[in-house]
Design a binder for this molecule. Sequence first.
Ligand code: AHM
Ligand code: MG
Length: 334
Amino acid sequence: MTVGITLTKFLLEEQRRHPNSTGNFTALFSDLVVAAKIISREINRAGLIDILGATGAKNIQGEEVQKLDEFANSAIINAMEHGGHLAGMASEEMDEIIKVSACYPTGNYLLLFDPLDGSSNIDVNVSVGTIFSILKCSSGGNASTKDFLQKGASQVCSGYVIYGSSTMLVYTTGNGVHGFTLDPSVGEFLLSHENIKTPEKGKIYSINEGNSKHWLPGTVEYVKKIKTQDSDRTARYVGSLVADFHRNLLKGGIFLYPIDKKSSKGKLRLLYEANPLAFIAEQAGGMASTGLARILDVEPIELHQRTPLIIGSKLDVKEAETCLKAHEAGQAAS
Ligand code: AHM
Ligand code: MG
């Protein structure tokens, strides 16, 4: 492990490897890192804010107490809008795309984000995360919704920040996956996990078993199969996608949020959740599938499109895909 390299230094070194780089991407990313630090600080104070909020809905600075997911959403917009590198943003929290205000210049990148994923865990001191995806925008000026509807394979960068026992930022630009841990004493993200590779196969499986009565036969069969195989499995499910994904990325395993009788399109969002994590998974040597096809090849047709997501260690995802495809084929034939 290399210690003492800050994220800023790492990004600048990456930039120097591309002689034609304008530095715009590095500047954009640096703005995003500021937002991550602000959100991290607020999450760490969340318990205190709740106590203060309960008494008068004002925090220690006399500001209105905001819900954390709303706070994270505004923190990202405020940190990014002025930079001049974006043609627009889209947030899982907002119905429409976010245009760059007329008082700021526009650039040729698009930022999509889930400001605080794992909403059910926000108020109970369990890890949550921010997920982001960066695309190029071909049209000049302010982007339109259509500009955001690009396949995941077109992403130029994606990543997440996990607010856990420590705050970590993990990202890829298509040149491996790198993880940085926030050192709160200096306020910097330091390189802690260079070139992360996920195990080809893992023990962990992560699926909400509470949904089992709604599962389709392929999911039922796959879960039964892995539980009865000779190799030991262990179930882990936080209910925060970033936390479940991050643990499985480092330890090896599979996360599944398939379609079922209740959610015929899946629960998770293609552009804000599945695509960014799929890019990371593939860059780390893993795999991400809808059950039938590669996530990164799905053509989006709407901004808040949902998708089934099966993601993690390559051999585990392949095994799940085989099972789900066999059932799909059987259904089509009957
Ligand atoms: P959210 O965007 O409302 O937070 O929902 C997404 C979350 C993911 O973090 C997590 O993987 C999933 O929903 C858990 O869903 P469930 O509680 O249905 O198992
Ligand atoms: Mg979410």
